[in-house]
Design a protein around this ligand. Structure first.
Ligand SMILES: [Zn+2]
Length: 311
C-alpha cells in the first residue's frame, strides 16, 4: 500500500511568516483556532509503514520529525538509527532543501535529485557538512520521465519535467537542462498513483493527462491571485512570474482543472498571503466547492492496492 503524510503545508516562510503582519498572519497569531499555523511544506511516503522517504527537506524538518513517530529513531535498533531511507528533491529551492543540512549528524543519507539540482547544492560549501565521512551522502541522479524504484520499497517514482529556473541564489550557475531545475513526482505503488506537484508554472495538457491517471493529486496552491504578493509589498513579483499558476480566476488552477475528477485533490504549498487560509473567506468556500481539500499539517492518505482512497 502507499502511505502519504503531509508534515507541513505552507510555502516558504511558513504561516505565520516571521516578518509578516498581513491580515492572515495576524489572524493566525490572534485566532489560531480559526486559522491554524502551518510549517513549511514537507511530505513523507512509505509502502510498508516502516521505511520512509521524504519528499524534499524543509527548514522545519527537525520539528516535523519530532511530531511524527514513524520518522523517529527506535531505541531497540541501537543508539543511532532512522527509518528515513532517502530524500527525493524536486528543486534546489531553499524552502525545499535547507532541511538536508539539519540531517548532518553523520547519518548516511541517500538523496535522489536531477544532476543540475545536485550540482547546485554541491556548489554550496554548506553542503560539504553532509560529506565529511566516506559514504555519508549518496547522490542518485534522476531524469525527467525516467522511472526508478525508491530504494528497496515497492514505490516507483517518475520525475515530471516542469518549466522552471534555478532559484535566485543559483542564478549564476549556467545551463540548467530543460525540465530539470524543477520537477514534479509521480509516485506509484501497486497500481495506485499520486501526483506531487507543489510548484506548477503552467497547467499543460500533459499534466492534465497525468492527473487523470491518479488516485490523488497534490497541487501547487501558493497563491490565489497573480497580484496578491504585490498588494502586500510593492516591488515583489507576480505569482506567474515566479512559477506558480494562481488558484483563482478564469485562467487559474481551479478553473483549468475543473474537469479533472480524481478521488482526492489536495492543495499544498500555501503561501501566507493566500486567502484560502481563512476558513471564513469566499475563496476558501470556492475552493471546497470546486472539490479540493485544503491540505493541513498532519493530513494523511493510505491507498490500498484494490480499494479506493481511505483518508
Ligand atoms: Zn502574512
Amino acid at each position: 500500500m502507499l502511505h502519504f503524510k503531509l508534515l507541513g503545508t505552507a510555502a516558504g516562510g511558513g504561516f505565520p511568516q516571521w516578518n509578516c503582519a498581513c491580515q492572515l498572519c495576524d489572524l493566525c497569531r490572534k485566532q489560531p483556532l480559526r486559522a491554524a499555523a502551518r510549517l513549511q511544506l514537507q511530505s513523507a511516503i512509505s509502502s510498508d509503514g516502516e521505511n520512509w522517504f521524504l519528499l524534499n527537506a524543509s527548514p522545519d524538518l527537525r520539528s516535523q520529525i519530532e511530531a511524527t513517530p514513524e520518522l523517529q529513531p527506535v531505541a531497540t535498533k541501537g543508539q543511532r538509527n532512522t527509518p528515513i531511507r532517502a530524500i527525493i528533491l524536486t528543486s534546489a529551492d531553499l524552502d525545499q532543501v535547507l532541511g538536508l543540512l539539519l540531517l548532518r549528524e553523520f547519518q548516511p543519507l541517500l538523496v535522489y535529485a536531477t544532476s543540475v539540482v545536485r550540482q547546485t547544492l554541491q556548489a554550496n560549501s554548506f553542503f560539504r557538512m553532509l560529506d565529511r565521512l566516506p559514504g555519508q551522502i549518496t547522490w542518485i541522479d534522476i531524469r525527467p520521465n525516467e522511472s526508478f524504484p525508491l530504494a528497496d520499497s515497492q514505490i516507483v517514482c517518475t520525475p515530471i519535467p516542469l518549466p522552471g529556473a534555478l532559484p535566485f541564489y543559483a542564478s549564476t550557475i549556467p545551463g540548467a537542462p530543460e525540465g530539470e531545475a524543477s520537477i514534479g513526482l509521480l509516485l506509484e505503488c501497486e497500481g495506485k498513483r499520486i501526483a506531487y506537484t507543489p510548484s506548477v508554472p503552467e497547467v499543460t495538457d500533459n499534466l492534465r493527462h497525468l492527473y487523470r491517471s491518479c488516485e490523488a493529486i497534490m497541487m501547487d496552491a501558493t497563491f490565489w491571485s497573480d497580484t496578491e504578493l504585490n498588494r502586500l509589498q510593492t516591488g515583489t513579483p507576480l505569482a506567474r512570474s515566479i512559477g506558480h499558476v494562481p488558484l483563482g480566476g478564469e485562467d487559474g488552477t481551479l478553473a483549468l482543472l475543473s474537469n479533472i475528477n480524481v478521488p482526492t485533490k489536495v492543495l499544498i504549498h500555501i503561501n501566507n498571503s493566500n486567502p484560502i487560509l481563512d476558513p471564513l473567506s469566499a475563496e476558501h468556500e470556492e475552493t471546497l466547492r470546486a472539490g479540493w481539500q485544503i491540505g493541513h499539517d498532519g493530513w494523511e492518505l493510505t491507498l490500498h492496492p484494490s480499494s479506493k482512497a481511505a483518508a
